[in-house]
Design a protein around this ligand. Structure first.
Ligand code: NAP
Length: 288
């Protein structure tokens, strides 16, 4: 029940109506027994500053940021974590010490299902060089991944992507490649990550990598598609047909949300975030 004491959390984006975060976060808040509510706020790009002033005025505790504001929010923050600076994007904001503090929990979300094996002698190939690829590069660097290749379709964007890490404090080492180099990379690849939208939603019959190309991956490779709808994507179906290990984007979505909720609630409770409830809520909504 919403009361006069209820604390506010939310997500800003445009559009934001289809976000699954409110369902996932409110289910977790209920289970934690906290008098908080998490709401979706559709905010146009020109209104970011006004929204933040309003949030400050009404005492919003924190919020998530989604497309298209993950970069645009940065000038309005008093502080950012090193990982957010390196990624160049913020997806989680907390009001702290009289200002907005931002971080990027997509990085923790991406690596959460990968945490077990030793990555020092592994080679990863990342398809795409957009916003999500930046979180993946930061995450693989945190894991100590030995070799990171990034595959894109535009030489200028690829060069800019590679150069953008030079000033970062994370110590990122990567090699950019155009798409036509993919066949040479695949036989040495332990982890193939799709960060392109190819295969998402209405494009569900498309795959960024063909069955023939997937056949050249070592049999122990893991194919990780950040897309979470459809489940599985065509890419993951083809990989499964070849007996390869697969991961879709649902766990990343759950874990980035869990990391954000832990940050927002750590000053009022020591209860752990109920990740299982968040996962079950997300999967129930995805199967609707
Ligand atoms: P983005 O910034 O627009 O980047 C997309 C990248 O894919 C760009 O490098 C783009 O290349 C490339 N690309 C697009 N269409 C392509 C095609 N037909 N062939 C080859 N490359 C293509 O988008 P994003 O924010 O990184 O999101 C990418 C995907 O990750 C989306 O499907 C999103 O849902 C998913 N994602 C999932 C999670 C999660 O929690 N599971 C989190 C974030 C993102 P150009 O730059 O040359 O156009």
């Amino acid at each position: 029940m919403v009361t006069g004491h209820t604390k506010l959390l939310g997500i800003i984006g445009n559009p934001v109506e289809h976000s699954l975060s409110p369902a996932m976060q409110n289910a977790a808040l209920t289970e934690m027994g906290l008098d908080f509510i998490y709401l979706p706020f559709s905010v146009a790009s020109r209104d970011i500053e006004a929204a933040l002033l309003g949030f400050e005025a009404v005492g919003v505790v924190g919020f998530n940021v989604t497309i298209p504001h993950k970069q645009a929010i940065v000038p309005y923050l008093a502080q950012q974590t090193e990982v957010a600076k390196a990624v160049g994007a913020v997806n989680t904001v907390l009001y702290r010490d009289g200002g907005w503090w931002g971080t990027n929990t997509d990085v923790a979300g991406f690596i959460a299902p990968l945490a077990d094996p030793s990555w020092g002698d592994r080679t990863a190939v990342i398809l795409g060089n957009g916003g999500a690829a930046r979180a993946v590069v930061a995450g693989l660097t945190q894991l100590g991944c030995g070799t990171i290749h990034v595959v894109g379709r535009d030489q200028q964007k690829l060069t800019h992507f590679a150069e953008s890490w030079q000033a970062s404090s994370l110590g990122v080492q990567l090699t950019p490649h155009l798409w036509q180099s993919l066949p040479e990379l695949l036989p040495q690849t332990h982890l193939l990550v799709n960060t392109t939208p190819v295969g998402m939603g209405p494009q569900g019959d498309r795959t960024p990598v063909s069955a023939e190309q997937l056949a050249s991956l070592p049999q122990t490779s893991l194919v990780y598609d950040l897309i979470y709808t459809p489940r599985p994507t065509k890419l993951l179906q083809l990989a499964q047909n070849q007996g390869l290990q697969t991961l879709d984007g649902t766990e990343m979505l759950v874990q980035q949300g869990a990391a954000a909720l832990a940050l927002w609630t750590q000053s009022v409770t020591s209860k752990p975030v109920p990740v299982k409830t968040m996962r079950e809520t997300l999967l129930a909504h995805l199967s609707c």
